[in-house]
Design a protein. Structure first.
Length: 316
């Protein structure tokens, strides 16, 4: 295991050759630029986080960890084509109550490294189980945002005995199909991966106009989008499953009590439609619809999101 502590420091390359860190980028220069942006996003994190890697069958899994070592474990999974750094708006509040493990999803852009050419959803479910084993966790709390929410639900259905309680924030598809406008507006980011194009999409998918006076929101959103744009520009595109609506049977098989958080202005699908199906299919589910939030809910409503997660997970 390799780790370093800190706030934002000059980029550290893990004590190995930089060419060996990742397999997710097309060039060494592009990799450096992305990692610099990764570290810049970490500059918004509070002091006390730890960067670690563990070996799994799929490769080296990187994660950011914070919180008392004897606190209940909470594993967090990020959205598609982003990284563990996205939890910078939530980590301080959550780490007061939990030992938080923010994973860089294997096969996506971040610091995890795999030699696999594909990481489909079933592969990722097994990878997450291998991470649990490597961390020595008998069971844990689980949370995910967007793609990470979908993966969380899939894992909880496959390994119900491992998940104590879970929270899913605007999970990709899962309860309702992805909206056509969301899909179509995301395509230019693949074709023309500049900061301006990616920022235009992310701004549309958010309610940034409602948070112009929020200095943290503006700074974090900018650096987070800049990192994402560099990933689109320089990252390889390993084969990963796109989020799909889960069947009633799969949803009913999830035993862990689940918290569903959605913003009233969510663009990924109609939020009230998703909540209605989630409540119908999952008996141990609590759904909360938050105002002034879209797919940026974890940033835009960070204090309320933290309050809801903490209260729900601790209500055991």
């Amino acid at each position: 295991m390799v780790c370093h502590k800190g706030k934002w420091k000059k980029l550290v390359f893990w004590e190995v050759r930089v060419e060996e860190i990742l397999g997710s980028f097309r060039s060494l220069d592009g990799q450096r630029k992305f990692l610099e942006a990764y570290e810049k996003t970490l500059s918004h994190w509070p002091e006390g986080w730890v960067s670690q890697t563990i070996d799994t069958e799929e490769g080296q899994t990187h994660f950011l960890c914070m919180g008392p070592e004897d606190a209940p474990p909470l594993v967090l999974l990020h959205g598609f084509r982003v990284s563990a750094t996205m939890w910078g708006a939530n980590i301080q509040g959550l780490a007061k109550h939990f030992r938080v493990y923010c994973l860089d999803t294997m096969g996506d852009w971040g610091k995890s490294r795999t030699s696999h050419k594909k990481m489909l959803i079933d592969d990722l479910v097994v990878w997450l189980e291998h991470v649990r084993e490597a961390l020595g966790l008998e069971s844990f709390f689980l949370g995910g945002m967007s793609y990470g929410g979908w993966l969380s639900l899939k894992y909880a259905a496959r390994f119900p005995e491992r998940v104590r309680r879970m929270c899913v924030i605007a999970p990709g598809a899962s309860f309702a199909p992805m909206s056509l406008p969301f899909i179509l507006r995301g395509i230019p980011s693949l074709l023309f991966p500049s900061f301006g194009v990616v920022n235009a999409f992310m701004t549309w998918a958010s309610v940034a106009h409602l948070h112009q006076e929020d200095a943290f929101y503006k700074a974090f959103f900018h650096d987070f989008v800049a990192q994402m744009a560099l990933g689109f520009r320089y990252g390889r595109s390993p084969k990963m499953s796109l989020p799909a609506t889960l069947s009633d049977e799969v949803l009913r098989s999830i035993q862990a009590p689940c918290l569903l958080l959605l913003g009233e202005q969510e663009k990924i699908y109609p939020p009230k439609k998703a909540i209605a199906r989630a409540v119908r299919c999952m008996s141990s589910l609590k759904a909360v619809l938050l105002p002034d939030a879209s797919h940026d809910i974890s940033i835009a409503q960070r204090e309320r999101v933290n309050q809801e997660i903490i209260a729900f997970l601790e209500d055991a």
